[in-house]
Design a protein around this ligand. Structure first.
Ligand code: MG
Length: 409
């Protein structure tokens, strides 16, 4: 093959399920040879698209797409001020696409390039939710019937907004200012969650693995107390007890509880995740791969975690595209310290837009053996699902306390 170069970088914006996805396509000088990367930052997708088109595309066109590490480092430094979710997602779009191209050049699925299979499939955790403990239990039972062995459980707090339940997830609508229904208060939530898990253990037994996400919503000392209150129910992990700004509280929590801790979906930079790993303050690393810059930094982070007994649990909701889920999965298959993978069940429409989307079977995610990431995009079909109209273009909905004060999401 004559000298291979990057010919074009294109941003594809699509929302097959109404969730704003950003996918980057890197085309090469070799006809038909291209790669796809996930750059989905669903609350600021248009800023990412601008960063790719205005800054990254002119920076990488003409370079050899095989030089992944060099392109990542040069791109990372080219803004002088580094880090941040917009720039990292833009960088991830190109980075994952270059890995996809490398896999296609090698004729291997990416997990082979990463060292080969450490396992056959990635165990998934699914989401159960409901208005009360009975409803959550029913959903959990239905998921167990489908083959899931790990279930994250969230319950509504009557009269209040609660993360991960029907009333508060991705409404994309600002909540009304002031008091009343839909406000968030940490007290009622902190009291209801231990009762939920008491009920779940009584109804589901000891064998099923249960998880919960606090979503950084309570004051730090309340999170410490909640972790202690949940200990009898033997959670697989408790997620985001603190906001990234309060990460020093992990030292306090570690002295009080042996509950396994997951953290990191909001992390962007090394300065956030390295100290927690180095001090063995968490057990599961939850980063959103594209928010830290793609597969290149994620491979290094997984290796760092391995040496400190921290397992991977990459962020994998509906606001990670099927391309991004495939990137998660190739690492899941290849790294020895895989912990769990978050499950998102893509619709038939999404699977048609993204042929090759990994399959869910027996509570696990299975890779296909196509070279590279193994996921393609039908651009004509993707174009039929433009972003939904929204005055705030997908911003996270405001959350407010009973007194009207805005609070963490
Ligand atoms: Mg979470």
């Amino acid at each position: 093959m004559k000298h291979l170069t990057i010919r074009d970088v294109r941003v594809i914006l699509t929302a097959p399920e109404g969730i704003r996805l950003v996918v980057v396509k890197v085309e090469t000088s070799e006809p038909g040879l291209y790669g796809l990367g996930c750059a989905t930052f669903t609350q600021r997708p248009l800023a990412v698209a601008t960063a790719v088109e205005t800054y990254i595309k002119p920076f990488v066109v003409g370079r050899d797409p095989q030089d992944i590490e060099d392109i990542w480092q040069a791109c990372y430094l080219s803004s002088y001020w580094r880090n941040g979710p917009v720039l990292h997602n833009a960088l991830s779009g190109v980075d994952m696409a270059l890995w996809d191209i490398k896999g296609k050049l090698a004729g291997m699925p990416l997990y082979q390039l990463f060292g080969g299979r450490a396992r056959n499939a990635a165990a998934l955790y699914a989401h159960a939710t409901g208005r009360d403990a009975v409803e959550v239990t029913e959903q959990a039972k239905a998921l167990i019937e489908q083959g899931f062995r790990h279930i994250r459980c969230q319950v509504a707090t009557p009269g209040y907004a609660t993360y991960g339940t029907y009333s508060s997830t991705h409404t994309n609508r600002p909540q009304p200012l002031g008091v009343g229904q839909g406000a968030w208060e940490p007290g009622p939530y902190s009291r209801i969650v231990p009762r939920l898990f008491e009920h779940l253990r009584a109804m589901l037994g000891e064998e099923i693995e249960l998880l919960h996400d606090i979503h950084e919503r309570v004051p730090p000392i309340d999170a410490v107390r909640l972790a202690c209150d949940l200990e009898p129910y033997r959670l697989f992990f408790l997620e985001d007890p603190f906001a990234p700004e309060d990460a020093d509280w992990f030292r306090v929590l570690r002295t009080r509880s042996s509950i396994p801790l997951a953290m990191g979906e909001l992390f962007v930079s090394q300065q956030e995740y390295v100290p927690l790993v180095r001090e063995r303050l968490i057990d599961f690393m939850r980063v959103h791969l594209s928010a830290i810059g793609g597969l290149t930094p994620a491979r290094k982070l997984a290796a760092l975690c391995e040496f400190f007994g921290v397992r991977t649990a990459w962020h994998g909701p509906g606001d990670v595209s099927p391309v991004g889920h495939a990137a998660n999965l190739h690492l899941d298959i290849a790294v020895p310290n895989f912990g769990i993978q978050e499950c998102y069940q893509f619709s038939e429409i999404s699977r048609a837009v993204f042929p090759g989307t990994p399959e869910i079977r027996d509570g696990a995610l299975w890779p296909n053996d196509s070279p590279g990431l193994g996921v393609d995009i039908d651009e004509a079909l993707a174009a039929r699902f433009p972003y939904p109209d929204d005055p705030l273009n997908g911003s996270w909905p405001e959350l407010r306390r009973l007194d009207g004060a805005v609070t963490r999401p």
